[in-house]
Design a protein around this ligand. Structure first.
Ligand code: LLP
Length: 428
């Protein structure tokens, strides 16, 4: 459920017309609805109101500090995967005691930053990482709380690039090995404290059964840990709940909540969740302008001023995003066309062979459900300044990230001076 709807023939975000926003800030432009973000946070949070729990919004889905701050103000913690995300989270006002740190490749400086910040726990993905954390914590005279991310070998039935809980994936530690690691840590690693078990099996999951299978496997591990005298307080179920892009019918968070609560009943644990997409996916759109239309011999093309550098999902995963006119014009009729960007790659598309209103040059379009993994995965490819981001709240809107400039594109770059080049040639 979101707040992007037509009033008459014009598309609105809450109480503001998209056309009006674009007149002021231009295209391409990401537009988020504050009310939708808040609603999604509470839909998730309420689903677990009967049990101790903590929602740690997954920063990678949309890391704009205004978005983070919106969730944080509602009580959310955060799930981070880098020093950069930690920096953003703190800038947005996150409580360190509500930060979990996931990811297979944490660097030494990042671990140190997180330890100094005093985060809730590290979700550890390999034995070597656990030893590294133990060493760095010892050097800093700190204790590091950790959970091991178990790889339960469960098929989340989603796109292979976003499946993470299968044996062949790089993520987590197999359950048996994880048990050994907890015991090893208890006996040998004095600067790390086991407080949780973590499991994230993938993203855009539209069925409940993979989550249930994963819980069953982690429950076995928790029982075995308790037998060994290792008392776990947290079960982190990761993120992964899917959203509707097209015709998918993912379970509502309340159904997900019921199943998870039933499955974890009596464990005496605080549940942690790391939802990303379910929070922001349908709370954002990418607005673009039609530059040209052309009829090829085989296809119609609608060429817009946003590209795969702005929204990479269709190119990367072939994912579907609904496309709507910002202003409906019923006299236009429909065509079947590809919506493509200006980038010099055939993979630069937003829709293929899609039945669409017959857009014309100058028309505005909204690429829907672009709030998650949209701007956060954008790049400067083809030296395109990244889009601006706008947040609508009721009848007002604010720019929450300015459009990049050409100057931003070369920030930190420099031309090597002739003198430097000469000395380089001399020594090589
Ligand atoms: N926790 C961990 C450890 C994760 O790796 C992820 C996502 C999440 C939580 C949040 O998952 P979500 O609730 O959003 O499904 N770029 C892809 C999605 C990649 C997901 C990466 N990990 C896409 O655009 O579909």
């Amino acid at each position: 459920m979101h707040f992007f709807d037509y009033r008459g023939n014009k598309l609105y975000a809450e109480g503001v017309s998209i056309e009006k926003i674009i007149k002021e800030v231009g295209t391409p432009c990401y537009i988020y609805s504050h009310k939708t973000l808040v609603r999604h946070y509470h839909a998730f949070d309420d689903a677990f109101s009967s049990v101790p729990h903590l929602i740690c919004y997954s920063v990678k889905a949309n890391s704009n500090i205004a978005v983070l701050n919106t969730f944080i103000k509602e009580g959310s913690g955060v799930d981070i995967v880098s020093g950069g995300e930690l920096f953003r989270a703190l800038k947005a006002g996150a409580n360190p005691k509500k930060i979990v740190y996931s990811g297979v490749g944490k660097r030494e400086d990042e671990i140190e930053y997180a330890l100094k910040t005093g985060i809730l726990m590290f979700n550890v993905e390999s034995p070597e990482e656990l030893r590294a954390i133990n060493k760095i914590a010892g050097r800093l005279k700190k204790k590091a709380n950790f959970a091991i991310r178990v790889n339960p070998d469960v098929d989340p039935k989603t796109h292979p690039y976003i499946s993470t809980g299968l044996k062949k994936n790089k993520f987590g530690i197999e359950t048996k090995e994880a048990l050994k690691e907890y015991v090893y840590a208890k006996n040998n690693l004095k600067n790390v404290v086991p407080i949780g078990v973590d499991c994230h099996i993938g993203s855009q999951i539209t069925q409940l059964s993979p989550f249930v299978d994963a819980i069953k496997k982690t429950k076995n591990l928790i029982a075995m840990l308790r037998k060994q005298g290792i008392d776990i307080k947290y079960l982190d179920m990761g993120g992964g709940l899917g959203i509707t892009y097209d015709k998918e019918a993912p379970p509502h968070p309340s159904r997900y909540g019921k199943v998870v609560c039933d499955e974890t009943k009596g464990l005496g644990l605080t549940l942690i969740f790391e939802p990303g997409r379910a929070m922001v996916g349908n709370a954002g759109i990418l607005a673009a302008k039609v530059l040209y239309t052309k009829q090829g011999t085989k296809k119609n093309f609608i060429i817009v001023d946003a590209g795969m550098n702005d929204l990479a999902r269709p190119s990367l995963y072939g994912s579907y995003h609904a496309i709507k006119p910002v202003v409906k014009n019923n006299s236009r009729g429909e065509i079947i066309a590809d919506v493509v960007g200006p980038i010099c790659e055939s993979g630069d598309f937003f829709a293929k062979d899609r039945e669409l209103p017959a857009f014309k040059s100058g028309d505005l379009m909204a690429i829907m459900s672009a709030g998650a993994y949209g701007f956060s995965m954008s790049s400067n490819y083809n030296s395109r300044p990244r889009a601006c981001e706008v947040m609508v709240n009721g009848n007002i809107f604010s720019v929450i990230r300015e459009r990049e400039t050409y100057k931003d594109l070369v920030k930190g770059e420099r031309v090597i001076k002739a003198k430097e080049l000469r000395s380089f040639c001399f020594y090589s």
